[in-house]
Design a protein around this ligand. Structure first.
Ligand code: ADP
Length: 372
């Protein structure tokens, strides 16, 4: 497959990330066939599912579009899928756009005034919407009306336009960046959590059936455990393991095949890839576990500062392997153990992720805020 054509030497570390939660170019199309179409097909997230079910059913009884819905959580956990399910469950049409695509209020006015009655408008990365457009959104969400300003300076006039009653579904990976007024206009906020390994096993079984992949339960368990609690990564690893099983064996995915494939793709037992491990190794082997500044650490692994901070660190922090402290980055005891080494006395311990196998967002500080 073209995705496997080897990286050129210069991009050795930055080849398309097998364990990135972000969709690679073209991946969204591949994902289409795997997207759940109904709430019942949507695996796990029982809290959000139940809440949405009640919201949708009661709106249908009242024959009114439901309240606006905000879905927050890290990438790859199913926010877009849920937006599509909301529309499908309501039997409504869905229009899809994103915060960065709406640069001017005119862009948004065009989208809003083209909506039909009861339509669902999905705005991904809604925290990145331009401020003037955001203000236009307030009146559209509240009163189904927008004021479009025509002309400039003293001669400018506001022309009020009606918008059909609609439901906005906003998705954000950074709910902390949402302004208060925008957040207040959502009647429902759903927080998505990382998935448990058992839930990802269920997801993999479903995906394997859709893709026609023969997989043993022990192999699903192996892949699920390395998927960083994220459905998008689980599905991607499944596709790569399937390729390997087809080329190197008879297509049946056993635990041995899954392990062999994932070691070829350099995804380890915790779901760490080459860059993640390089960061931990540098921290432990070159800097005695830290603390060390981000820039120094980046130079040590031959990467850009941003790559280390945005690509590697969020998961390492979440897995309890690395801590960001005011004095710099520190390897935790779990990181030393993961590299097969004995931590020095007094090294940091964290009861999250790698140490407990459970990834939770609620008890942690906002993982998506930069600390430096
Ligand atoms: P997000 O919008 O949060 O980045 P997506 O909705 O695009 O995430 O989900 C990424 C992929 O993961 C989708 O293709 C979908 O197949 C799969 N997926 C996510 N959540 C679930 C789920 N709960 N059940 C089944 N598949 C899921």
């Amino acid at each position: 497959m073209s995705e496997r054509s080897g990286p050129s030497p210069g991009e050795a570390m930055s080849e398309p990330e097998l364990v990135s939660a972000l969709a690679a170019p073209g991946e969204r199309e591949v994902e289409l066939s795997l997207r759940p179409r109904t709430l019942a097909e949507f695996i796990a997230q029982p809290r959000v599912r139940e809440q949405l079910e009640v919201l949708l059913r009661s709106a249908q009884r009242r024959e009114r579009p439901p309240d606006h819905i905000l879905l927050s959580g890290p990438p790859g956990l199913g926010k877009t899928s849920l937006a599509m399910i909301v529309a499908a469950e309501l039997g409504a049409a869905i229009r899809v756009t994103s915060g960065p695509a709406i640069e001017r209020s005119g862009d948004l006015a065009a989208v809003l005034t083209a909506l039909g009655p009861g339509d669902v408008l999905f705005i991904d990365e809604i925290h990145r919407i331009a401020r003037p457009a955001e203000e236009l959104l307030y009146s559209a969400m509240e009163d189904f009306r927008v004021d479009v300003v025509v002309g400039k300076g003293p001669g400018a006039t506001a022309i009020p336009l009606d918008v059909e009653p609609f439901t906005l579904v906003g998705a954000t990976t950074r709910s902390g960046l949402l302004t208060g007024p925008l957040r207040d206009r959502f009647g429902f906020v759903g927080h998505m959590d990382f998935y448990e390994t058992a839930e990802l096993e269920e997801l993999l079984a479903r995906s394997a059936t859709i893709l026609g992949v023969r997989i043993e339960p022990s192999a699903s368990e192996e892949i699920a455990g390395r998927s960083r609690g994220t459905p998008r990564i689980a599905n991607r690893l499944l596709r790569r393991v399937r390729d390997y099983a087809e080329v190197r064996a008879d297509g049946l995915v056993t635990r041995d095949i899954a392990q062999a494939a994932l070691s070829v793709y350099e995804v380890d037992q915790l779901g760490l890839d080459r860059l993640d491990r390089a960061v931990l190794q540098a921290l432990v082997e070159k800097f005695g576990g830290g603390p060390v500044g981000l820039s120094t650490l980046a130079v040590a692994v031959g990467e850009e500062r941003e790559t280390v901070e945005e690509v590697a660190e969020p998961f390492l922090v979440r897995a309890g392997l690395l801590a960001r402290t005011p004095r710099g980055r520190v390897a935790t005891a779990a990181a030393w153990h993961h590299l097969g080494r004995t931590p020095p006395p007094g090294s940091a311990t964290f009861q999250t992720g790698a140490t407990t196998g459970r990834f939770g967002l609620a008890s942690e500080p906002d993982l998506f805020t930069e600390l430096e």
